[in-house]
Design a protein around this ligand. Structure first.
Ligand SMILES: Nc1nc2c(c(=O)[nH]1)N[C@H]1C(S)=C(S)[C@@H](COP(=O)(O)OP(=O)(O)OC[C@H]3O[C@@H](n4cnc5c(N)ncnc54)[C@H](O)[C@@H]3O)O[C@H]1N2
Ligand code: MOO
Length: 416
């Protein structure tokens, strides 16, 4: 959807794609790199194209426990073969001729001359010979050298985030170390006179600062160096000072709060006061309508809205887009997957909405997304109970049970 009009303020709102493009435009690729041990590389960003240095499998081998044989143009059921050798994995056997078989195990190299393996379940055997109970064809139960990977094939592109699958493939190639990008340094500070740090006594109209611990955890979990930038009061000069100090040792500085339009919202003014530049985004997104993107010194800057759920959604959409750009990766928006919702949900069209939802399945029937809560930007309980976020398209009016949303799970298979 292109720009829409905010029903309350009559302001023009930009699309999520436009907001991501604006965020990405503020991020320059960080090229610092280092070499790490393969076993410590999961979660890191690959710095260079990885080209296969050897074939996988490295030699032609048996895919089953059974008997290697020479099937040539085909061998019929009932054929008797003499057992002349035994080839366990890790050893090599002798050459086979027609009429001969070698006892062989999964992963053992195929003897020269052999071209098929019959599974042990498909033979009748005595002490010295086997009789086939199945017809055999050349190639049966054989893994050929290089059938998975050929030498010199480009296997991994720079910019990908390595995970245990890549670690396995690189290990199979014999790589002991990997060239990766240095971890991004991402600083987070919060703004707001009403905020109090956990551990301190809560007095008067104060609330605990929950965004900064959440964001530092998200950043740490994503494998970056999370820098705790503390808290700044609602004062232009204090925020400006904090921005300047953190920008000198970070690739990205994030603030939460003060991103909106009230006179107590100082983040943009502070950014400019500190010598940076930026702009307020008003996005057709709920929660997380306001955000600020910009630059200060060598660092990119992202000002997240203060409402806790808004701050999370803004990080997931704009923050991750910026991180991808800092890492030199192509932007791939989260696509989620379509699921029917379990119950109706009342809403006003206009902004794409993200609401906490959990997965439910009715006695092994279809999986549905059950929206939890009413979509408040400040409510942490539904968020904590959810399995992910349900994305409701901007143009949707009230949803009925069974209507489709897109579901974005909080955790993937490799995040535990
Ligand atoms: N007149 C308008 N008012 C507001 C608009 C608007 O368009 N026009 N937008 C609303 C939306 S949407 C959001 S989101 C918020 C964004 O506000 P700010 O980024 O300026 O955030 P604050 O005003 O500082 O705080 C909002 C809310 O969040 C609490 N908060 C802030 N920081 C934290 C933290 N670190 N941990 C926990 N809670 C935090 C804060 O106490 C407020 O309750 O503006 C709306 N207003
Ligand atoms: O968009 Mo605000 O982010 O609704 O809470």
């Amino acid at each position: 959807m292109d720009a829409v009009v905010d029903q309350f303020s009559r302001n023009t709102l930009m699309s999520i794609a436009e907001a991501c493009a604006a965020a990405i435009a503020c991020a320059r690729t960080v090229s610092r790199g280092e070499s790490v041990r393969l076993v410590e590389s999961a979660g890191r960003i690959l710095a260079e194209t990885f080209v296969a240095c050897m074939a996988s499998p490295p030699f032609t081998q048996s895919a089953m426990d059974g008997y290697a044989l020479v099937a040539a143009s085909g061998m019929s059921e009932g054929t008797r073969l003499k057992i002349v050798d035994r080839v366990p994995a890790g050893r090599s056997g002798r050459r086979l001729s027609a009429g001969e078989a070698a006892r062989i195990f999964t992963g053992a190299p195929m003897p020269e001359g052999a071209d098929a393996v019959v599974m042990q379940e498909h033979v009748e055997r005595d002490d010295t010979s086997i009789v086939l109970t199945r017809r055999m064809t050349a190639g049966d139960n054989v893994r050929h050298q290089g059938e998975d990977i050929e030498p010199l094939e480009p296997l991994l592109k720079p910019g990908i985030r390595l995970d245990p699958r890549h670690v396995a493939m690189l290990a199979a190639q014999g790589e002991e170390t990997v060239a990766v990008r240095s971890r991004l340094r991402i600083a987070v500070f919060s703004t707001g006179d009403e905020l109090q740090d956990v551990g301190a006594m809560l007095r008067g109209a104060a609330v605990y600062d929950s965004n900064r611990p959440m964001l530092l955890s998200l950043i740490g979990q994503a494998g970056h160096d999370a820098i705790d930038g503390g808290r700044a009061a609602d004062s232009r000069s204090e925020i400006a000072e904090r921005l300047q100090m953190l920008s000198e040792r970070s690739d990205l500085v994030i603030s939460t709060g003060g991103a909106s339009v009230g006179e107590e919202d100082h983040s943009l003014a502070a950014l400019r006061h500190a010598g940076g530049s930026g702009r307020v985004l008003k996005i057709a997104l709920k929660p997380a309508k306001p955000a600020i993107v910009g630059r200060i010194g060598p660092a990119a800057y992202l000002g997240l809205p203060g409402n806790p759920v808004a701050s999370l959604v803004s990080w997931l959409i704009l923050g991750q887009a910026m991180v991808g750009a800092l890492q030199g990766r192509l932007h791939r928006p989260h696509i989620g997957y379509p699921l029917p919702i379990a119950a109706g949900f009342a809403r006003r069209p206009g902004r794409t909405e993200f609401v906490p939802a959990r997965l439910v399945s009715n006695k092994g029937q279809e999986v549905r997304a059950e929206i939890i809560g009413k979509g408040g930007a400040a409510q942490l309980r539904p968020l904590a109970l959810a399995d992910g976020l349900a994305e409701i398209a901007a143009e949707c009016e009230d949803l009925r049970p069974g209507d489709l949303i897109r579901f974005h799970p909080f955790s993937g298979a490799f995040q535990g």
